[in-house]
Write a protein that binds this ligand. Structure first.
Ligand code: AMP
Length: 246
């Protein structure tokens, strides 16, 4: 677990409270990270979180956290969502939005937020806009990470995730000090089911048809900041900081 933030309120929803929240900030960063699966958004969100003291909020992490619940503890909607996820398909907007609404206090958190994997459709982006307006907070920027498809597939197949704190590693590009073990919390690393080749193809198709139009949506609102996503995580991080001027 990251020592500065634990994200319990986001991962568990409901009445759950974070033991260690993000640092209160004078001007909290409220960012959306966009980009195809495997482009490195999760890693950048984590690096940004460490630098800015802001929580990395991923809807994919919420679904993965739900997987470890006992079957009886999952609602029918969540059960169905996990089936979409296994196949690499997008979970229906209504389910995703219900889950985000349950966690709306994370959006008004004085530490700000780094949204990763949400919104993923224009309907979700419109709903987010309304939610934020209701909380009287505004997005600072939308970072859009760009990378050619063949490099993306390579990144996805080498990706490994920590089963405990959800930190993301890569077998060659960002290896942990000990193979298969998380540097942050010593948790076991695993390969996500949806990082298998057949799921990767479905996820890329879903991205092209549903998520790519979001760049235009945010461009029109003058929030889009494009970040070339080639090179090492550190290179991409330096570009991210330059774009944000932090
Ligand atoms: P991610 O970790 O962001 O790549 O998400 C993993 C999977 O969770 C996706 O392939 C979808 O099945 C599901 N998922 C996560 N976030 C969303 C979302 N905002 N809308 C629809 N499905 C989502």
């Amino acid at each position: 677990m990251n020592a500065n933030r634990d994200r319990t309120a986001w991962l568990q929803g409901g009445q759950a409270h974070c033991q260690v929240g993000p640092q209160r900030q004078d001007r909290p960063h409220r960012l959306v990270l966009l980009g195809a699966p495997g482009v490195g958004k999760g890693t950048q969100a984590e690096l940004l979180g460490e630098r800015l003291g802001t929580c990395h909020l991923s809807t994919g992490d919420v679904f993965r956290a739900a997987k470890s619940l006992a079957e009886g503890e999952r609602s029918p909607g969540l059960e169905a969502a996990l089936e979409y996820m296994r196949k690499g398909e997008l979970v229906p907007d209504s389910t995703v939005l219900e889950l985000v609404r349950e966690r709306v206090r994370c959006l008004r958190c004085p530490g700000g937020f780094l949204l990763d994997g949400f919104p993923r459709t224009v309907a979700q982006a419109e709903a987010l806009e309304q939610l934020l307006a209701g909380e009287r907070v505004a997005l600072e920027a939308v970072l859009s990470y760009d990378l050619p498809l063949d490099e993306i597939v390579d990144r996805l197949s080498g990706r490994r995730t920590c089963g405990t704190c959800k930190a993301v590693w890569h077998v060659t590009a960002r290896p942990p000090r000990v193979s298969g073990v998380c540097d942050h919390c010593a948790g076991q690393l695993y390969q996500r089911e949806d990082d298998r080749p057949e799921s990767i193809r479905v996820r890329m198709a879903a991205y092209t048809s549903s998520t790519a139009p979001l760049t235009e949506f945010y461009q029109r609102k003058n929030l889009l900041r494009t970040v070339p996503a080639h090179g090492s995580p550190e290179d991409i991080f330096q570009r991210t900081l330059a774009v944000l001027a932090v």
